[in-house]
Design a protein around this ligand. Structure first.
Ligand SMILES: Nc1ncnc2c1ncn2[C@@H]1O[C@H](COP(=O)(O)OP(=O)(O)OP(=O)(O)O)[C@@H](O)[C@H]1O
Length: 233
C-alpha cells in the first residue's frame, strides 16, 4: 500500500469573460470558427512538481492557506484529476470523503443510498445487508433514513457518507476538512473510528486548518504554498 507522486504538476486553463461570451461564440461560428483565442488562455498551476512517498500507517495532514493546492492534491489522489506533467502511482483501494454528495442519489432514501454506495464500494448485496444496522446506528439519523437524502442538512449527508464509507476497513482514506462539520459528539465518534482505522494500518490523508486536530491525529504534515510543498515534518 502506498501513494507515490513524481514531479506532479496540475494546470487549469482559465478563460476570460470575452472568450466565454455568447456573442464571441457566434462570431466565431459565423467565421467558420477561425478566430483563435488560444494565445489568451491563461493557465493556473494548482500543483507544481509535487513529489510524495506515503506509506502504510501514515496519517498525513495537508496544511496550507486557501488556494495552496490541498483540494487539488486530494483530487489527484482520488483519480478525479490526472497530472498534466509527472507520474502518480497508487497501490491500495482509495475511499474518498471529498464530496459527500458524490455517489449519493438525492431522491433515494438514506437506506437506499447505503445499498447504492455499498455497491459502489465493492460490497456484495448480502455483505451490505449485514452492515445496514451498524451504519444506521453510527449515523444516528433515525427515522430520517427513510426520507430522501435531499431533505438532509449537509451535516447529515456527511454523517451518512462517513458511516457508509468507514463501515468497511478502507485502505486509503481521503478527507477534506469535513471533521469540523457536525456536532461535538459525532466528531468524537468519528475520530474514534478514524483511530481504529489508522490502528489497523491504512493511509489517511487529511486537509485541515485545525492544528490541534492534526497534531492529535497525524504523524506527518505536508505544508503547501502556491501549489508547492515547502516542508514535510
Ligand atoms: N477547477 C479549477 N479551475 C481553475 N482553477 C482551479 C480549479 N481548481 C483549483 N483551481 C486553482 O488552483 C489553486 C489551488 O486550489 P485548491 O482548491 O487546490 O486549494 P486549497 O488549498 O484546497 O484551498 P482551500 O483551503 O480554500 O480549500 C487555486 O488558485 C485555485 O483557484
Amino acid at each position: 500500500m502506498h501513494i507515490f507522486f513524481k514531479d506532479v504538476t496540475v494546470r487549469f486553463p482559465i478563460y476570460d469573460a470575452k472568450q466565454r461570451s455568447f456573442r464571441q461564440t457566434l462570431l466565431s461560428a459565423a467565421t467558420g470558427g477561425n478566430i483563435n483565442h488560444d494565445s489568451k488562455i491563461t493557465m493556473v498551476e494548482s500543483l507544481k512538481g509535487i513529489n510524495l512517498d506515503i506509506r502504510k500507517g501514515d496519517r498525513v495532514a495537508l496544511i496550507g492557506h486557501n488556494g495552496s493546492g490541498k483540494t487539488t492534491l486530494l483530487r489527484v489522489m482520488a483519480g478525479v484529476y490526472k497530472p498534466d506533467i509527472g507520474h502518480v502511482d497508487i497501490q491500495g483501494k482509495v475511499t474518498s470523503l471529498l464530496d459527500s454528495q458524490l455517489g449519493m442519489d438525492p431522491e433515494a432514501t438514506g437506506f437506499e443510498n447505503m445499498r447504492l454506495r455499498g455497491l459502489f464500494l465493492g460490497l456484495k448485496p448480502n455483505q451490505i445487508e449485514g452492515k445496514i444496522d451498524e451504519i444506521a446506528e453510527f449515523s444516528e439519523l433515525g427515522d430520517f433514513l427513510n426520507m430522501p437524502v435531499r431533505t438532509y442538512s449537509s451535516g447529515m449527508v456527511l454523517r451518512l457518507a462517513f458511516a457508509i464509507s468507514t463501515c468497511i476497513q478502507p485502505e486509503i482514506l481521503l478527507m477534506d476538512e469535513w471533521i469540523s462539520v457536525g456536532d461535538e459528539s459525532f466528531k468524537h465518534k468519528a475520530e474514534k473510528r478514524l483511530h481504529e482505522f489508522v490502528d489497523n494500518a491504512g493511509i489517511l490523508i487529511f486537509a485541515s486548518h485545525d492544528h490541534e486536530l492534526t497534531n492529535r491525529v497525524c504523524n506527518k504534515k505536508i505544508h503547501l504554498e502556491h501549489g508547492k510543498i515547502i516542508n514535510i515534518e
